[in-house]
Design a protein around this ligand. Structure first.
Ligand code: SAH
Length: 346
């Protein structure tokens, strides 16, 4: 059950051993509660006055033979004191890593599993992509580490991130590596997984909504559309493509989605042109999807480099090349028309 109670300034009593209760105490303190912890039920029962909530940690002590009797006493005393009683599982000593796909940045596009992993995290390693704005709220008991930017603005190198994840887990923590989009789409998530496996650290991968589909959608562009495009290819523009790749991509005749492609846009456009793509092929550059400054710059294969240059398009952006861009623009035209109609009828 997930109850939404404002615990600011409320007294919360946690019953459980320090080690097992550590994460629970941190979480309630982070929620603004005034937390007292007692090792045993016997030491807690006379200290419940004024408590709003009593949390029984389901750890080793709760499994002892006398526990059912003690639990009965605790239940009765909570009733007397007018406090709610709940049980929470103890933190295990074994650390682990969750590789979490955070989606393209909007909090609502986090999966339920991703939100649960963040809620449980002791430490979160994040970078600029993904839902970073409300992290403190999403991961209330976690230390937040920006591995994309450190003093001096150097990003932590990949080997350093791998080592940090393993170190935290070996120290018994739940380390969450929060990544933009999906961890396995150009995210080096598989390298982080390999590092965990090598160190025998348990690691769970939680897929996320990839910007390759979601960011075009944010701009109203469907990556497929019946009768227009029945395939889409997702390409990294980190380095320029080869002429062979241009030829194959153009030959497919479907939608081309490019991530990390702003700086190599001129080479891509030239290459696709050489490969025979029509100069009128629509192209869109969607910057900062799901942020307040989201922007779409559109043009054709022959105009987009000038248009993107004039608009000073910057990373992060998703490029979409294909007739679906026209579909997107038409849909938006109809939507705007509908909005105007509704307005004039109101
Ligand atoms: N794993 C990520 C991609 C990582 S590569 C995913 O599945 O989405 C980083 C690139 O993703 C950026 O350079 C940009 O091309 C794209 N990207 C991610 N989030 C974005 C956003 N909110 N708006 C625009 N582009 C984004």
């Amino acid at each position: 059950m997930h109850l939404d109670i404002d615990l600011t300034g409320r007294r919360v009593v946690v019953v459980g051993h320090a080690r097992e209760a550590r994460r629970i105490v941190t979480r309630y303190r982070a929620a603004g509660a005034d937390v007292d912890r007692f090792d045993t039920v016997a030491s807690a029962v006379d200290e419940l006055d004024g408590a709003t909530l009593v949390v029984r940690v389901d750890g080793a002590a709760a499994a002892l033979p006398q526990a059912p009797v003690q639990d009965g006493v605790l239940r009765q005393r909570c009733r007397d004191a007018g406090a709610l009683l709940t049980r929470e599982p103890a933190a295990s000593d074994n650390g682990h890593v969750s590789l979490v796909g955070g989606g393209p940045g909007a909090r609502g596009l986090l999966t339920l599993d991703a939100a649960a992993a963040l809620r449980d995290a002791d430490v979160v390693l994040y970078d600029r992509l993904g839902p970073t704005e409300s992290l403190a709220e999403l991961a209330p008991s976690a230390e937040l580490v920006d591995v994309g930017k450190l003093p001096g603005h150097h990003r932590v190198p990949q080997a350093g991130i791998n080592a940090l994840l393993v170190q935290h887990a070996l120290a018994g923590r739940h380390a969450v590596r929060l990544k933009g989009g999906d961890p396995f789409v150009f995210g080096r998530g598989s390298e982080e997984l390999a590092a965990c496996l090598e160190a025998r650290v348990p690691c769970t991968v939680l897929p996320g909504i990839s910007s390759s589909i979601a960011v075009p959608a944010a701009a109203g562009i469907p990556v497929t559309h019946r009768g227009v495009s029945h395939l889409f290819t997702v390409v990294s523009g980190h380095a320029p493509l080869t002429d062979d790749e241009h030829l194959h991509l153009a030959g497919l005749g479907g939608t081309i989605v490019v991530l990390m492609g702003v700086s190599t846009l001129p080479q891509l456009v030239a290459g696709l042109g050489r490969a025979g793509m029509h100069p009128d092929m629509p192209v869109a550059v969607v910057e900062r999807g799901y942020s307040a400054s989201q922007r779409t710059t559109s043009g054709t294969l022959s105009t987009i480099v000038t248009a993107a240059g004039a608009a000073r398009c910057q990373s992060p952006a998703v490029l979409v090349i294909g007739e679906v861009v026209r579909v997107g623009l038409q849909l938006q035209g109809s939507a705007a028309h509908l909005a105007r109609l509704t307005e004039s009828l109101a």
